[in-house]
Design a protein around this ligand. Sequence first.
Ligand code: BGC
Length: 825
Amino acid sequence: MNDPGGKAIAVDETRLGELLTELTLEEKVGLLTGADFWSLHPIEKIGLRRILLSDGPNGVRGTTWDERDTSLLFPNPSALSATWDPEQVERAGALMGAQARDKGIAWFLAPNINLHRSPLGGRHFECYSEDPLLTAASVAGFVAGVQGNGVAVTIKHYIGNESETDRMSYDAQIPEKALREVYLVPFESGVRAGAWSVMASYNSVNGASLTDNRRLLTDVLKDELGFDGAVVSDWFATRSTAASANAGLDVAMPGPHSPWNEALVAAVRAGVVTEDVIDDKVLRVLRLAARTGHLDGFAAPAPSTTPADACEQLRDIAARAMVVLRNEAGVLPLVPAPLGRVAVLGPNAALLTAQGGGSAHVNPAHVVSPLAGLREAFGDAVAIDHQEGVSTQRILPALSADDARDPETGEPGFRVDFVSAAGDVLGTERRLASRLVFMGTLPAGTAEVRVRTDLAVTEAGAHQFSVTGAGQYSLTIGATEPHAITLTSADNDLIENLVKPPEHRVSAELAAGTVRVEMRAAIPAFPMAMFGLNHQGPRAESDDAFAAAVAAARDADVALVFVGTTDEVESEGFDRTDLALPGRQDELVSAVAAANPRTVVVVNAGAPVEMPWRDEVAAVLWAWLPGQEGGHAIADALTGVVEPGGRLPTTFPAVGADSPVLSTQPVDGVIDYAEGSTFGYRAYEQASIDPAYPFGHGLGYTTWAYEDITAAETDSGAVTVEVSVRNTGARAGREVVQLYLGGEGTGGTDPLRLVGFASVTVQAGDAAIARITVDRKTLARWDEPAAAWRVVGGGRTLVAARSAADRRLTTRIELKDSADCTWDL
Ligand code: BGC
């Protein structure tokens, strides 16, 4: 792994101090509030260039939300941590860092390192794991990858942002012990890896909103953990002037409207905020600018650009991250040669859910569907019978640019005019997407956006059109009268409106030919506008589609069923309400399994779903939200070109109700973390509940024997462990050796917890030793009365395991009592 970026670029602090003295109070405060949605004000006189910010973590979106500005779309972060390989996370981070450089982005709003507390959490897909140690390892890799390219990461959302419901206002009441032992661990890892920025979340923790939380921002993050970077607010999270400034928030985003600016200048003049407090913030921003090469006189990071093989790398990472949950009688990997006919079924076969919804969304140049990936992998040797079976889309699909032509130029896509109240056209764009988002990017004076296209109708019959997004519209199809449409949304959350917009449908009986479609959208006063134009051609009745899929399965050598969620199900802005697969997907899998014993289910989802049919099918491959190359990666994994060697970073419950923490709903504004650290695998074990698939589970494509374990305490108090494993299968493979401490049947009171892991890649029949060092700090627990870390001396059991439930070898160690728990790794 590279040096963590924080240490790689030394900053001349004396020079930063000199630059500070050149700034007026107004200039200083001006730097601390966003200039707009995605940038800070430059200050030419000290050589500070404009700093651009961008989301994360699915990829680097850039400063627009526009299909013409494409970005690499990565496997979702839970998939990255499912590799149990910080080097793979670093590899993804390095690609994002390089693309950020190409887009001029210095400040990247990723990674999201909140924990998988409840499987219903809307942003579960965006986070790494339910386990603090696995998350911490992933964070360290990501920071090194991004910052190694001279781009700042932002570890977010600090802290307690495990739910989306009422996310701006709920108070997470987190016991101190759980805060220390679980929720702070990933943030501490990010700070130790040298993260240049932290994002303060929307919610409160223990009574104080994070942007106003002096204890967590200043006492813990900056003073105790030694964070020397800048704390940025989540977007619109700053709600006070002096309180947030004094608490330790450094930058209020976005701008230009903000409770800071002039109000903060006035607060300093009134003596409510000292200028020293402002100076500390400015120094932190200047430090970030210096580290990212945005401040003259400081060494710029080495040049970096997106490598030519980026897509191949995305494909490889995505395949490695996939998890073989079940594989009876070696049905996987599929060997194309004996296959004559393969049924490719399910809603996600042709329509891959490549990413979750929300601010993490990016616009990829292309998305490879599983159907396309398999067609390419199988070539002409295998006949593919594709049937969707069931549909899970709540709203109609976006109108495709492939079927649409700009009415004036005849070019593919949509003609978008920005029209003033007086009817003047202020600007025109040709767009390739029919769902449009404008974040402060509309020409000034725009009162209406007009979208026009000539749609090629290839199939005569009943077509459906719709508009989506809160607002007022007029929709005209062909020569019919315009439909006046008003859509309102139940929720004020911008992101929820973006991802789950209200919809109004209009049917039209069309003949084959060309039809003009025109949508006019009235523009609200707010500088953000988002709306969509959608379309669906004539479709088979749903029962017929279902029956066709089952019939195809019956006739095939293998039935591959692609089920999953959509970005309307897994998204920022709201939580899920249950863990069921949407629509009739469960029914479809059972019917296909009954028709063909060689049924393989590929689940395309980011967070756990119930799989009531899991014992009815031959194999289950968990493919995550695999990013733009997903279809290729799925084909590689199914055919064994790459071993899908992922291990679950989170427990998959048999039914949602078994989850130790299920509700994400605040009660009277409070989310009570009363379970402390007892969630995830720790809780399943304590309650003796068997999940569908345990934390750490993943079969890969070979089998393993655990032969020996030894452990020794070093002089510094760390413990070194060696585990010998043998590949007992017929092909080379990678094993992730997991090391747990304590747990049931091991004596003592230590709850089960992961304390380390290491992977080995071994040829068939060979053995290898996995070496794991467990740091003293990892062995320590938070001593509440003493308010300090402590290793309680005495005997402990260490368990080498294939998952939290598949424990293979144990050994005992004697720990020395120690109150000196600084990191020694
Ligand atoms: C999200 C952040 C994101 C920000 C900017 C917020 O809604 O919570 O994760 O970075 O928007 O898009």
